[in-house]
Design a protein around this ligand. Structure first.
Ligand code: BMA
Length: 315
């Protein structure tokens, strides 16, 4: 992956809103993203100085220069949730065939963190359909055109005294609300770069399989967890089968905007937009990956399936 040289592409100064709660905000990060009517659309996670969370829509012709809406996204039908909701954040977006977008978000409630399922047509509003997980799971990503989703239960499974290895699991549903675990995808690798893990953007399909970008957290450094991006290649038909998994991370905090901020040392990839209209990408298709940098700003990295597959297979 190559960083866009003028990163970060969206910072808190870019959020110019008419909404009274969005004046002089603290941070903008971890966007969901999708192609929408020929434009690049990001659903930005914006935090204000009350540390309240909002979504703000941003649009761009070229995927680099975004302009954000002057009002936050309205979230409709939240009364369907019976719990007290504190934050809704880290949207993962996929298009469906009916012209709607499916959105999974982490929802912090008084009963723990759930995946919330939303639908939208235009991202001026998000329609809350319901909670779509057991308590305590995050990073839910649909595999477009299938009934499968990857998710990351928050429980740690390390047995060796090292705080380690959340698992990514593949689950299946017919209605987007009720999900049954099918199989484990993989778990964290204690002592190395990806001890704790979670899916990044919804996986992208190419001839070789699903390109699955994920974040890994190294927890064994004294003062700070290090969040990095990595890649695995998953089987096309049975996506829980891992065909290749990178030994190395593909992006780690190195630049000042990744090393310092609200949470230092964080690269959190959450959206990937391929510059192609076909369902199955060619190897050389540019892919724009949007990531949260230090939970403070949005940055862009550019890659191709060929490069990601090479990294997934790197010895
Ligand atoms: C994760 C989530 C993300 C956040 C990351 C780094 O656990 O809370 O939203 O970006 O930590 O702080």
């Amino acid at each position: 992956m190559y960083r866009y040289p003028d990163n970060p592409i969206i910072t808190r100064q870019d959020i110019k809103s008419r909404h009274p709660a969005l004046q002089d905000v603290s941070s903008v990060f971890n966007p969901g993203g999708v192609r929408h009517e020929g434009q690049f659309l990001l659903l930005l996670r914006v935090q204000n100085r009350a540390r309240e969370t909002f979504f703000v829509k941003a649009l761009s012709e070229d995927g680099i220069h975004f302009s954000s809406s002057d009002l936050p996204v309205q979230i409709l039908h939240l009364e369907r949730c019976k719990h007290m909701i504190y934050h809704i954040y880290d949207a993962r977006i996929t298009a469906d065939t009916a012209g709607f977008y499916q959105v999974f978000c982490a929802m912090d409630t008084d009963k723990g963190c759930f995946l919330g399922y939303f639908r939208s047509e235009d991202f001026d509003s998000l329609d809350f359909i319901g909670l779509a997980s057991e308590p305590d799971t995050r990073n839910g990503v649909l595999l477009p055109g299938t009934d499968y989703r990857f998710e990351r239960p928050n429980k740690h499974v390390g047995t060796d005294g090292v705080k380690t290895g959340s698992r990514i699991v593949c689950s299946k549903s017919r209605d987007m609300l009720h999900w049954q675990e099918v199989a484990e995808v993989f778990s964290g690798r204690p002592h190395y770069w990806d001890e704790l893990i979670g899916s990044g953007p919804p996986p992208l399909l190419c001839e070789e399989g699903w390109l699955h970008i994920y974040h890994g957290v190294a927890t064994h450094f004294g003062s700070s967890n290090i969040y990095q991006a990595g890649i695995s290649l998953q089987d096309r038909e049975r996506p829980w089968i891992t065909l290749a998994r990178g030994r190395y991370n593909v992006l780690e905090p190195r630049e000042s905007y990744e090393l310092s901020g609200q949470v230092p040392n964080v690269i959190f990839p959450s959206a990937a937009i391929a510059l192609s209209d076909s369902h199955v990408m060619d190897k050389d298709t540019p892919i724009y990956i949007y990531y949260g940098a230090a939970d403070t700003a949005v940055a862009l990295a550019i890659t191709t399936p060929a490069e990601l597959i090479a990294q997934a297979r790197a010895e």
